[in-house]
Each structure stands twice: as C-alpha cells, then as structure tokens.
Design a protein around this ligand. Structure first.
Ligand code: NAD
Ligand code: MG
Length: 376
C-alpha cells in the first residue's frame, strides 16, 4: 500500500521488518515472502500446518479474515484461541496452548502468527520460542500498546508473584502492523495503549512530546495520519534502544522500564485483572516522576507536562482504592523486580525530557517516598 512505512530493526545478529500502515494485512503474503528490503524473505513451508494464535475478542473480529488471507498464501492453518485478557499470560494457558499446537500437528517448520495485542504477542511469542525448542513467529499487532510489545523480542508470561517472571528473548521474523484494525478498539484500550506512547515520547525528548501535545485529540480520535506518526515515532525510539542493547545487559534498554517499576507492582497486586497494563504504566510514570522530583533530580516543569498529557489522554492518576495497593505491599512486589541488585529497588527516573538516571533505593526509602507522594 502507498501508506505503508517499513522500518528494519537490527537486534544482535538478526534483522526484521516492522511494516506499519492502513491495509498492510491485505498484502500479508507479499510482505512476508518478498526479498528484503521490502519483505522479510520468509516463505512458510506449504507442507506443514501453521498456527494462527489469537484471543477470543480478536478472533471474533478478525480471525476468519486473517485465516483466509493465510490460506490465500497457499498455507494450511489452524487456530489457537486463548481467552482475552492479561490472565492468559499464565503457565496454565501456556500449557493448554502447547497442547493445542501438538494436537493441531504443528512441527518445527510451522510458523506461528500472533494476531492480537501485547498479551497474544507475549504469550504467543513465548509459545513459539519454546515449542520444539523454537519455531519462527510473526507478530500481527492489533492494539496501540502493541507498537511497543511487538517490537524488541521480549516474550513471556506472568507469575502470580511477579509480572513477566518467565520469558526469553526471541525475535519475530516480521511485524506487520495494520493500523486499520485499531478502529475496533474500545476507548479504554485506546487510552491504555497511549501510556507507552507517552513513555516513548518523554524518553525521546521535546520534539515527540510537543507533537503529542499538539495532536492529542486527533490521536485519540484515531486520525490515521496523526496516529501512524505517534506509533512510528514510538517504534523508532524503541528500535534505537533495542538495537543498541538487544538483551538488556548494557544498561541502555533498561530505560524502557520507565514507569514500570511501580506500574508492574500495581498490576501484580491487582491480580492482573484490575488495572490494564497501560493504566498501571501511566500511574507509574506519574508516581515515579513525583519521586524524582522529591529526590531533586527532575528538571522543573517536566512532571507537570507529563501529568497534563496523561490527563488529556484521559488517564485517572489517582492511586487505586483498596488495601492491596498499600505502599508496603507495593514495595514488597517491587523487591522482586528483574532490574534489582543488592536487594535494593532499581528505578529509572526521568531527569529531563529525553534524559534518565538510574537510582537504587532501599525498601524503607522507597516506601517513605511512596507514602509522601500519596499524601500530595
Ligand atoms: P491485550 O493484548 O490484552 O489487548 C487488550 C484488549 O483489547 C484485549 O481484550 C483484546 O482482546 C482486545 N483487542 C485487541 N485488539 C483489538 C482490536 N483491534 N479491536 C478490538 N479489541 C481488540 O493487551 P495490550 O494492552 O495490547 O498489551 C498488554 C500486554 O503487553 C501486557 O501483558 C504487557 O506486559 C505487554 N507488554 C509487552 C512488552 C514487550 O516488550 N514484550 C512491552 C509492553 C507491554
Ligand atoms: Mg510496558
């Protein structure tokens, strides 16, 4: 299509295309099979069945159409459909899905197509990365949030004690992101997805932030031009970071955890059912920027701009009700965060637009800051 943008992501020794645009899925086969730079050069074997991995909601909306598109490529396909929602990023659903793959006859040469949001991408990607020691997979993201989750190769599932506790790095062969599919998203999911867009903008700097401030209403209304630009800029930020630090070992990729230290803890405490990922991240961004202000490391005015933009996108930045979200509990969960070292909680703090700093805080100190922020 004329409106499609392709960005190649280089991670470690592989490269994969992220194709973004209206109607990209209609040219699925050609984007997969064409030689780079247009396509991924991936021709799925015609002699084995392939897997269309999705959730109940997305299946009802797009399952038939995407299956027909894959069949039109000459592929045999069967579907694995998990319940919609974060609770599916579980060991139980993982085990069930592997059973479906085995019963459907998926083999080493099968390709898994993950059609859905971050839950389908993370779970489906993890199934693909581990099934028979790993099969190829393609991300077909269908949410705004998935501009983030479908890129970068982190796949995995949650544990009741900690978010994303089980997972691997595994890179998709291609990411085909059809923005026409975003029109059916409920408003709450549109908003949730914008949290990661805001995160990417504050990590990048003034230009992206002021673009969002200028175009907020258009983006929320899913205006194709404004939305595509918001997503492409986010993908560019993420692509740059993950190319420089593919496996999060160099202290570069960790910046993408901005807002997630507090955010992940809130999701875990809500049993992965109360707050959507983006809602937890939005609150995490606000609370962590308030802690950065209290530490005296955040430039004047940045926190106000961040909270104002989140509020314009419709986020409720009040701390959730209920004993579950007591600061002591939040700290207890944050102590299991993957970034931690020396039994301290490792935070990524914004210090200015486009600038961050890592700080390790003891649990008592973290709890005191949280309590103070909640009183503000
Ligand atoms: P999701 O996959 O649950 O999708 C949100 C909801 O929208 C679901 O109910 C889904 O069925 C529905 N939906 C999806 N596409 C739709 C469409 N086009 N029209 C109508 N409804 C649609 O959640 P999400 O917000 O996309 O992703 C959140 C997950 O992503 C979290 O688990 C988070 O940890 C993960 N994540 C991963 C990474 C990564 O790098 N791997 C990065 C950020 C977030
Ligand atoms: Mg996230």
């Amino acid at each position: 299509t004329a409106t499609a943008h392709t960005r190649w992501i280089r991670q470690d020794r592989v490269e994969y295309p992220v194709v973004v645009g209206e109607g990209v899925l209609d040219e699925l086969c050609s984007y997969l099979a064409s030689a780079p730079p247009r396509g991924a050069g991936l021709v799925p074997a015609p002699e084995v069945p392939h897997v269309l991995f999705t959730d109940t909601t997305v299946n009802a909306l797009y399952g038939d159409r995407v299956e027909a598109l894959l069949r039109a490529c000459g592929l045999e396909v069967f579907r694995v459909v998990v319940p919609a929602g974060e609770a599916s990023k579980s060991l139980a659903t993982y085990e069930w899905a592997v059973g479906e793959m085995l019963q459907g006859g998926a083999g080493r040469k099968s390709v898994l197509f993950a059609l859905g949001g971050g839950v389908v991408g993370d779970l489906g990607g993890f199934v693909a990365a581990t099934y028979m020691r790993g099969i190829a997979f393609v991300q077909l993201p269908t949410t705004i949030l998935a501009h983030d989750s479908a890129v970068g190769g982190k796949v995995g599932i949650d544990h009741p004690l900690a978010k994303n506790a089980l997972g691997v790095f595994a890179f998709p062969r291609a990411v085909l992101y059809d923005t026409a599919l975003l029109r059916t998203l409920p408003p709450r999911e549109v908003r949730s997805g914008l949290a990661e867009v805001v995160k990417h903008a504050f990590l990048e700097g003034e230009e992206y932030v002021s673009f969002l401030e200028a175009e907020a209403e258009k983006i929320m209304a899913l205006d194709p031009g404004a939305l595509a630009e918001a997503l492409l800029r986010g993908i560019a930020v993420k692509a740059d970071v993950v190319s420089r630090d593919p496996y999060e070992t160099l202290g570069i990729r960790e910046v993408l955890n901005l807002g997630h230290t507090v955010g992940h803890a809130l999701e875990t405490l809500g049993g992965y059912r109360s707050l959507l990922h983006g809602e937890a991240v939005a609150l995490g961004l606000a609370v962590e920027s308030r802690i950065a202000e209290r530490l005296g490391i955040l430039a004047h005015g940045v926190r106000m701009r961040l909270e104002a933009l989140l509020a314009r996108f419709g986020f409720d930045l009040r701390w959730p009700e209920g004993e579950a979200y007591d600061p002591a509990s939040v700290v207890r969960v944050m102590l299991r965060d993957k970034k931690n070292v020396r039994k301290k909680i490792r935070f990524v703090f914004l210090t200015d637009l486009g600038k961050t700093e890592f700080r390790e805080l003891a649990s008592e100190e973290s709890e005191a800051h949280l309590r103070a922020v909640l009183r503000e």
